[in-house]
Design a protein around this ligand. Sequence first.
Ligand code: NAP
Length: 279
Amino acid sequence: MKKLFAVIGDPIAHSMSPVMHNDLFAIYQINATYLPFRVKADDLEDAVKGLRALGIGGFNVTVPHKQRIIPYLDEVDELAQAIGAVNTVVNANGKLIGYNTDGPGFLTGLASIFPTVEGKKILIIGAGGAARAIYFTLAKEKPCAIDITNRTVDKAKDLIEACPYTTKSNAYSLIEADTLIREYDLIVQTTSIGMAPHDVEQPLKFTALKDGTTVCDIIYNPLKTTFLERAQTHGATIQNGIDMFVYQGALAFEKWTGIAPDVNRMRENVLKQLGGTTC
Ligand code: NAP
């Protein structure tokens, strides 16, 4: 019998996950299908009960359910528990187990251009859900420091206080971060600033970077934000949000099937859907 996989969220129509996972099921000859389901916030509990009753193999969880799904699961792994958000659920013989592959997906994608964060000084721009997953994941990798800058500085402070993994961190306003920017080896842009259709906006207005700095923007639409363009102009190695997206999906697929999928194929597939080439 065909196994069912899904992604739940609201909105969900533009999710690229179904094309990505259905292609993987086809190439690895797994008799399964992956469907998007729009689930309104008030219907989340019923939706999880329904997926459980249908014997779902596993599912992804996206905005706005990543935090609120936790009480409806049977188990949540340590990192997802610490982050307080789940984006991947595995049905292990009737037990729904929650994971967060966003942070590990970012870290795995980063490795191709920035092999280790150990001993490095990092700046995260933003203090929302994605920043939280990335911050907690990077904090476990023994960096020298991870500072956070955000429009609402109190949210950056709250994030630092909430982190269960010991790391040196300061919270800065966007203006303060601009003056400190030459201190960082790695800068990770996690706000929604610069996302289409607001492509010309950028969170920081730096005029120089430290030599050899790597700059990531987790946005993938557009593929090269104004922020990434500016960083490249100032000599940085850059990476957009495609890798994080692809690797969070690859890690989810591996949890469901035990197969480490072909990430290059996944990347090409996502790029085809976006209609561009990577940077
Ligand atoms: P979120 O929880 O809503 O957080 C949004 C962040 O952006 C907050 O730090 C917020 O600052 C900041 N922000 C929003 N508008 C701003 C503005 N006009 N000026 C200054 N700061 C602003 O969102 P999220 O879930 O973290 O997602 C953030 C971005 O990451 C989105 O573009 C999303 O598509 C992308 N993302 C990509 C991936 C991937 O796989 N590549 C995965 C997850 C998310 P305040 O705290 O001050 O409001």
